[in-house]
Every structure is written in structure tokens, then in C-alpha cells.
Design a protein around this ligand. Structure first.
Ligand code: GRF
Length: 207
């Protein structure tokens, strides 16, 4: 499976994928390209260290969003990848890309969708919402990307217990360590092994 991984920040999910490929926990898969909208993203450093090509593309360097969307799709098509992985990517995916790569774009969200997701729920805000509501269990979700925000078919989820004195930062770290960095590589491996299909908008995983 050839991957393009889209990043904006620290790249710990990218690193989890790199490490899982190294360790043989993701079969027959290579990361062909890392795409970042942020030239200073440490994720680009991680790509470089792993010998993976990294490119930068940002809406800011285009006169309008349509021009950016076209350029983004052109670069992605040129890479000829099988799966696009959004790993903390903070740019809205163009609708033309979602349609062309139907059920070939996956995203990791740091909550148990449909809770604490959608507009405004990103990064620390997700965990602030979890603590404000006082839920006892949170977690992470890997899902296919469709036209909505965090609304596509769910592939894998993993629960994480919220501790009494959690701060948003401490909870974010636990959700990453205990859930995100586990289910992102697992989802990619299942897709690489052809075990994942979508039937009536729901994911089926073959045994
Ligand atoms: C993580 O919180 C992830 O859940 C969200 O964005 C952040 C990405 O972190 N999608 P990293 O860049 O993978 O470290």
C-alpha cells in the first residue's frame, strides 16, 4: 500500500506509522510522501530522518482556495498513492479530492465520534470539552473522510479512561499514547491486507 501522510504539527501519529512499518506491524506498505501545510512542522523533520520525501503546500501561497485545492489534488495525484492518511492535518480537504479518493482518505480524531467532534473540536479543544462535560471514558477514532467534518464511516475506535485530576494536556497525551498511536497503524494494516470494506455507509472488517 502506498501512503501519502498529511500533517500540520508534531507528527507523532506519522511517527507511529513509520515505527509500525519498521516493526512489521503494517504489511506491504510504504509512505511515499508527507505533505504539510506548515513549513515548521516537526513532522517534516521526522519524515526527513526516515528518508521520506516531504513537501509543503499551504492555502496562504495561493490567490484563492480553488487554486490551492487544484494544486493540492495535482500533487496528490502525481504521487500515485493508494491511501491518504490525515494525521493532525488542519486544512479542510477539498470536496473534489474527497470525491476522487472516496474511501481512500482516513483521519484520526482524538475522541469517540460522534462525541466531541465537528467544527471547533480540534486539538486540545476536544479534551477541554471532555473534561468540561465530565465524561468518564474518551478515546480516539479512525474513520474514512467524507464531505462532512468527522462524519465518515468509522474504521476503528479505542477507549481511554478519564482520570479525576486530568488536565487537557495530560489527557491529550494519554489518548495519543493509549489510543491514537495504536489504532492508526492498525487501521492502515487492515486496509493494506484488504480486510476493510464499506457497506451501507458502515465499515465491515473481514476476520
Ligand atoms: C493529535 O491530537 C490528533 O488526535 C489530532 O491532531 C493531533 C496530531 O498530533 N488529529 P501529531 O501531529 O500526530 O503529533
Amino acid at each position: 500500500l502506498k501512503l501519502a501522510v498529511c500533517v500540520s504539527g508534531g507528527g507523532t501519529n506519522l511517527q507511529a506509522i513509520i515505527d509500525a512499518i519498521e516493526a512489521g506491524r503494517i504489511h506491504d506498505t510504504e509512505i511515499s510522501l508527507v505533505i504539510s501545510n506548515n513549513p515548521n512542522a516537526y513532522a517534516l523533520e521526522r519524515a526527513k530522518k526516515a528518508g521520506i520525501e516531504g513537501i509543503c503546500i499551504s492555502p496562504k501561497s495561493y490567490e484563492n482556495r480553488d487554486a490551492f485545492n487544484a494544486a493540492f489534488l495535482e500533487k496528490l495525484d502525481a504521487a500515485k498513492v493508494d491511501l491518504v492518511v490525515l494525521a493532525g492535518f488542519l486544512v479542510v480537504i477539498p470536496e473534489i479530492m474527497i470525491k476522487k479518493y472516496r474511501n481512500r482518505i482516513i483521519n484520526i480524531h482524538p475522541s469517540l465520534i460522534p462525541s466531541f467532534c465537528g467544527t471547533g473540536y480540534y486539538g486540545l479543544k476536544v479534551h477541554e470539552g471532555v473534561l468540561a462535560r465530565g465524561v468518564k471514558v474518551t478515546g480516539a477514532t479512525v474513520h474514512f473522510v467524507d464531505e462532512g467534518t468527522d462524519t465518515g464511516p468509522i474504521i476503528l475506535q479505542k477507549a481511554v479512561v478519564v482520570q479525576q485530576d486530568d488536565t487537557p494536556e495530560v489527557l491529550q497525551r494519554r489518548v495519543m499514547e493509549e489510543a491514537e498511536w495504536q489504532i492508526m497503524p492498525q487501521a492502515i494494516d487492515l486496509i493494506a491486507r484488504g480486510k476493510v470494506s464499506v457497506v451501507d455507509g458502515k465499515v465491515r472488517i473481514a476476520e
